[in-house]
Design a protein around this ligand. Structure first.
Ligand code: F6R
Length: 604
């Protein structure tokens, strides 16, 4: 939302571009000039909306915009936001789900309302209108009543043409307001208005922001009492929001990883004393040290980082670790004082937030490993670690994964050190960590080889990824990356499991990418490769330089620098990210906008 004295369209389009990670099935906006709304909507990516507005002559300095990830109703123009109420007085944009919308819709239909879209949002705006008319309320009070009757988390902005008032409200979602003199911006992510406004404040849970043209915005609590906003400075590097010299965000973010590792270690590792420190965990460190087990909850790529943490913690600290898909987490198993660790890039993934809330209700000590500073997760947990990956724009998570992995490895090393479960080990690993960014740069050096390989496999429709020990979560991550951006069916499997069924899938048309770098399971993995080869399979092996055993079994190899087994995931994932990237690229896919996905999934 923009309200000010300048043209509303440029900041609205910039904001939409920066919010595309929330969904890009369709986009729409409304511009108000002399009280009259002009609507523009287009299915598909933002570019389609840009085409539609490019000849707009509306000189509006007030407007709202939205980019959608379809939940209720397909990605059509009719379902794109903004939506209007029956009388045309109210205009809404909305994030979240109205879980009881069907019941409300029935009620509205019985009262004579007609619907033009399949969305819960159109139900919501008409529900507010019905309340407004029936109870003779103004917009703010009608929104307040509607909120107490709808089920589900939401963040919305509703504008009343008759009252010339916009009400922005947040219940369980996220909303931020930017204030720059007489200009006001509201968005679900403060980066949407970075560069336009230096200051911002959060519209907290159950808070309202009232915006009127030419007036200062007013922040209210749920009882409609005026609050003083806590203004903060918006500290974001605009370069993080642009692709720079890269064709897309994903490739840029893959290449940022060595630098992200440097940032992730700065101030946390003392390479002279081999000490690790995390200020954010101090408060709970004693309880963490006493814990005899740990539960991790996360989704997608963050879940894979959680699996890596399991291997590290079990190996280094000797405590059992359970890693749960956040959406499958059973809070009933948690007892007071248990440690539950959530991992999330965005810090807003609904499944992970709900799991952590449930754990907290059981009396657990909750920890977070999170990228977005001050996000919902960061504020929910008792203590945590920021992963310092900077803004991740690519829908396929890359640098956030390695940043999470690094933070979790340091966490395990510190715990092992403090609990004295390892000896003389830190020294070797910490010395290698110092050269990790350089080794990652070397791993990025295999880009050309991988591009050629991806081109060769352009017709492939299925692919297996195998790894054992620390390499198993990496195999899962490699498969997920390939699936999500090139739409190739891929599975990640423990290498040792291949002989227990998946071998039946093996033929020439099923390439198997095997992580076969030096380490504890090198020879066992070599046997698995041998089995696949003897059954007529095609193996592409990730090997270290000067490998002359696996190279005797397969000529299709990707060479990665040699590191200690324990650090290998941070290196080995890079060629798999590049493989997914070039597989998608050679198939002509839009890597930054994979179909059907959104980067930040704020619905359960
Ligand atoms: C995959 C990907 C997703 C996310 C998942 C969790 O590339 O990006 O699988 O990892 O949706 O998101 P966060 O980490 O934000 O909780």
């Amino acid at each position: 939302m923009y309200n000010g004295k300048k043209l509303a369209l440029p900041p609205l389009l910039t904001g939409l571009e920066r919010l595309e990670y929330r969904g890009y099935d369709s986009a729409g906006l409304v511009l108000l000039e002399d009280g009259l709304p002009a609507f523009y909507k287009a299915p598909g990516q933002l570019q389609n909306l840009r085409e539609k507005v490019k000849n707009s002559y509306v000189c509006s300095s007030f407007g709202m915009a939205h980019t959608r990830w379809a939940t209720h109703g397909g990605a059509t123009e009719a379902n794109a936001h903004p939506h209007v109420s029956q009388s045309q007085d109210l205009i809404i944009v909305h994030n979240g789900i109205v879980e009881n919308y069907l019941v409300i819709k029935k009620k509205l239909e019985n009262s004579g309302f007609t619907f033009y879209s399949e969305t819960d949002t159109e139900v919501l705006v008409n529900f507010i209108e019905l309340i407004k008319i029936d109870k003779k309320l103004d917009l703010t009070s009608a929104v307040q009543v509607a909120l107490s009757e709808i089920v589900g988390a939401c963040a919305m902005m509703v504008y009343s043409q008759s009252e010339k008032l916009l009400v922005a409200v947040n219940r369980g979602g996220q909303l931020f307001a930017g204030v720059n003199g007489s200009e006001c911006f509201v968005a679900s992510d403060k980066n949407a208005f970075a560069g336009y406004s230096k200051n911002f404040f959060e519209i907290g849970n159950n808070q309202f922001l009232l915006v009127r043209s030419g007036k200062e915005p007013k922040l209210l609590n749920f009882n409609l009492e005026v609050l003083k906003p806590e203004i903060e400075e918006l500290d974001v590097d605009i370069n993080q929001l642009t692709k720079g010299d890269y064709p897309n965000f994903m490739l840029k973010e893959i290449h940022e990883q060595p630098e992200i590792m440097r940032q992730g270690m700065t101030g946390r590792i003392n390479f002279k004393t081999q000490e690790i420190c995390f200020g954010g965990l101090d408060e709970c460190w004693e309880q963490i040290k006493q814990a005899s087990s740990l539960v991790i909850v996360a989704c997608g790529t963050s879940f894979h980082a959680g699996l890596l943490a399991k291997y590290w913690l079990e190996k280094l600290v000797n405590i059992p670790v359970k890693v749960e898909y956040a959406s499958e987490f059973q809070a009933a198993t948690i007892k007071a004082g248990d440690i539950v660790l959530g991992i999330s890039q965005s810090g807003t993934t609904a499944d992970t937030i709900v799991a952590l809330e449930a754990a907290k209700d059981q009396g657990a000590i909750t920890l977070g490993v999170c990228n977005v500073v001050n996000s919902k997760m960061a504020r929910l947990v008792n203590a945590g670690i920021y992963t310092r990956a900077g803004v991740e724009n690519g829908v396929a998570s890359t640098k956030a994964f390695t940043a999470q992995a690094l933070a979790l490895l340091l966490f395990a090393l510190k715990l092992a050190n403090d609990k004295k479960t390892i000896s003389n080990f830190n020294l070797r690993i910490i010395n290698q960590l110092e050269s990790l960014p350089n080794l990652m740069e070397q791993a990025l050096g295999s880009e050309k080889v991988i591009r050629t390989l991806a081109r060769k496999l352009k017709q492939t429709t299925n692919c297996l990824f195998l790894g054992r020990g620390y390499s198993f979560p990496v195999a899962l991550e490699g498969a997920l990356k390939l699936k999500e951006i090139s739409y190739v069916h891929a599975e990640g499997l423990p290498a040792g499991e291949s002989k227990h069924g998946p071998l039946a899938l093996i033929d020439e048309a099923m390439p198997v990418i095997v992580i076969a770098t030096q380490g504890e399971f090198y020879y066992k993995t070599m046997n698995n490769i041998s089995e696949i080869k003897h059954h007529g399979g095609r193996v592409i092996a990730l090997v270290n330089k000067n490998d002359n055993e696996i190279t005797g079994l397969t000529k299709e190899i990707i060479v990665v620098p040699l590191v200690d087994d324990i650090l290998s995931p941070l290196i080995n994932v890079i060629p798999l990210q590049l493989f997914a990237y070039y597989s998608a690229f050679s198939r002509g896919k839009d890597v930054d906008h994979p179909r059907n996905l959104a980067k930040s999934v704020t619905t359960e």
